[in-house]
Design a protein around this ligand. Sequence first.
Ligand code: MD6
Ligand code: FE
Length: 200
Amino acid sequence: MTSGLRYIPSYFDRTAQEALVATLEKALLQAPFYTPVMPRSGRPFTVRMSNLGELGWVSDRAGYRYQAQHPETGAPWPQIPDMVMELWRKVSDYAHEPEACLVNYYREGAKMGLHRDEDEEDFSAPVVSLSLGDTAIFRIGGLERAGKTETLKLASGDVLVMGGASRLRYHGIDRVLAGTSTLLRSGGRINLTLRRVTRP
Ligand code: MD6
Ligand code: FE
């Protein structure tokens, strides 16, 4: 794998995953999943989203941005769970705390197009991603959209760190393999992506 990309299979065991899901369920009562839409077109994402932390990533007709409030309820985002903060401290190799934790929820048929995470001010911080529930087919390319890509399966409990020379690589989710995990009561997949947004 290219420099700055680190795949850590089974970072969290089943017991830890269950504890984290219980914590997430409580947070999601406070900040429910909503369906973001694409800038300009207003086309809905197939992925539903929420956020944790001081800042949340949102998309609407006006564009992509980070904001401190839930776009539908206007409430501040719930705090990032301790286990997830601990994950960042262990794997990020970055001295400051993450400010945003995007929560993506994939039900059957949901996917995420090829994109770069580029709405942050500080690209010296990595993006740390944790997968829960059904296995996803993650696609990763290079720094140009048209470049070669490869795929990687992300299973429940797996962690992926994209930093350094990999921080701005194109990536997306081709599909989620329904029925591959029993972690989430209603099935599907949750992905958490942790980010530093502002320059410390
Ligand atoms: C997902 N992940 O796994 C979407 N971004 O559902 C991402 O978009 C992502 O996994 C930056 C770094 C790691 C990721
Ligand atoms: Fe991303």
